[in-house]
Design a protein around this ligand. Structure first.
Ligand code: ZN
Length: 503
């Protein structure tokens, strides 16, 4: 006779197959779907979401969970079965408190807000977006109340993306880190050690960018048999199955960084998913354990590997072979310096490693105030600009370069931004451990050999997939609880050297 655990596994497979199908048609919607199909697609997506939600929150699923919990009682808490039941319970508990009407209204309001944002952004017209964002925010507050939270209503938002993380913890991380960043940006802006114009400030034909990007993705371990790379308007990674990973890359003819680092970043997400153990396929344990840990993998490959000297010593000759005219007279060191240029800028996704976190802190602080009601939506533009001035020394001349630049708020993704910076912090902690355990890492990367690094990441991170809470995984893999300190040490060392800032 099948145990309750077996039955739970079968029912979870149905639910997660529905969720994975949503991921697949979501990719299709953004990349190949004819524009006239958008209404039909939104209905198909709504049906799949409703079916998954109904099954996950059903009495029969709860009853299976109750019985399966008894069956795994007393077993090793790290074993797959125990983790499966715990993670499935968590998904059930998070969804069951949400009234279906609220979920539906939020989905519909986000679709309308997204449309308004698409129109408002090019016109820099905050007033056009404001009432829609107000509506979305009001519904998000209702979600927070329905779910409940221990401290701040924003806790219920972060928990969607970084399970177990609280507003107080993120505030403490950012408050400790911000003064260092502001000071480093200010010192760098007074240094003349890196030339204003470099080898990347010219035109690079797209076909060459595409070829080189694919080679880079494969060189770090991205598998094109179980994955693909397509071009699209926004870079992202969709993962409908471990054997079906889809990266989207974006190209700009006068900006080589966009494609190269976009590829390394998304391939980092893709590799994490591709190396998720096949036994977790069609279960809630498949894939990355949180957005922060996911972002640690994209950032690790993009920045810690891809913006390093050894990496460019290996890859520069091939880049020069593809772009001989543009790179005539340049060396690997010139590329290394060019890809690490720090310059305060308005757009988060184009920001360098040093200024990036300040963009995130600004958004986090604004979101927290919006959630607790101490900031009105109509006052966002003014506060945004004031914080840009305070943290980065620049003020956006138009809202499309400021508070209207990101897609997140129109999509209801409140509480998402902190995971970008948490990812950098986790990556730095992992990197310290990796450097101590693989002493000749630099010479391996200089030979183009990523295998020992991949083996380490598989053992310490990828093999665990979603079994553990992110803070537990970080402690196990890096040996340190999450903090900003490793990332601060990394930035301090690298940029003092690059910008001759002394000790
Ligand atoms: Zn990412």
């Amino acid at each position: 006779m099948a145990t309750s655990l077996d039955q739970l596994r079968i029912e979870a497979e149905t639910i997660w197959n529905l969720k994975d199908s949503l991921r697949l048609i979501g990719w299709d919607q953004q990349i190949v779907m004819p524009s006239k199909a958008s209404i039909a697609r939104s209905r198909q997506m709504a049906t799949l979401s409703r079916l998954a939600h109904e099954r996950l929150t059903s009495d029969s699923f709860r009853s299976l969970l109750d019985k399966a919990e008894k069956e795994v009682e007393g077993r090793d808490q790290d074993c797959d079965d125990f983790c499966l039941v715990r993670v499935a319970r968590r998904h059930h508990d998070r969804s069951v408190g949400l009234p279906a009407d609220l979920v539906e209204e939020l989905t519909r309001s986000c679709a309308v807000a997204f449309d308004a944002w698409l129109q408002a952004k090019p016109k820099s017209d905050w007033d056009l977006f404001e009432p829609h964002f107000e509506k979305v925010l009001d519904l998000k507050k209702q979600v927070a109340e329905a779910r409940g939270y221990a401290g701040h209503p924003y806790d219920a938002m972060i928990d969607d993306f970084e399970p177990g993380m609280t507003t107080a913890e993120v505030t403490a991380l950012f408050d400790s880190f911000r003064p260092f960043l502001v000071e480093l940006v200010s010192k760098i802006s007074q240094s003349s050690a890196v030339a204003e114009d470099g080898p990347l400030d010219q035109e690079f034909p797209i076909d060459g960018q595409d070829r080189f990007s694919r080679e880079l993705a494969e060189s770090i371990g991205y598998d094109l048999v179980n994955g693909r790379i397509d071009a699209g308007p926004h870079p992202f990674c969709a993962a409908p199955a471990g054997s079906d990973i889809r990266l989207i890359n974006r190209f700009q003819i006068d900006n080589l960084n966009t494609a190269l680092f976009g590829t390394l970043h998304e391939a980092g997400h893709g590799i994490y998913e591709q190396f998720s153990p096949p036994r977790f396929e069609h279960t809630p344990l498949r894939g990355g354990c949180s957005l922060g840990v996911h972002e640690s993998q994209s950032r690790l490959w993009e920045n810690f590997v891809g913006r390093s000297r050894p990496f460019w010593r290996y890859h520069f000759p091939r880049l020069k072979e593809i772009f001989p005219t543009q790179l005539l007279g340049y060396e690997a060191e010139d590329i290394y310096r060019a890809v690490n240029r720090v310059r305060p800028s308005f757009i988060r996704v184009e920001a360098d490693e040093v200024t990036y976190t300040l963009h995130v802190i600004l958004r986090f602080e604004i979101e927290v105030q919006l959630l607790d009601g101490s900031l009105k939506v109509s006052d966002v533009p003014e506060l945004w600009n004031a914080k840009m001035k305070q943290y980065l020394g620049i003020e956006p001349p138009e809202h499309r370069l400021g508070c209207l630049q990101d897609i997140h708020w129109s999509d209801g993704l409140v509480g998402y931004f902190p995971t970008y910076s948490i990812g950098n912090m986790i990556a730095a902690q992992l990197w310290e451990r990796i450097e101590s355990e693989i002493p000749d890492l630099d010479s391996q990367l200089e030979r183009g050999d990523c295998q020992p690094l991949l083996t380490w990441l598989r053992r310490e991170v990828y093999d665990h997939a979603s079994k553990f809470l992110p803070k537990d995984l970080v402690l196990r893999a890096s040996g340190q609880p999450l903090s900003h300190q490793a990332f601060q040490r990394y930035l301090d060392k690298k940029y003092k050297d690059l910008y001759d800032l002394g000790s």
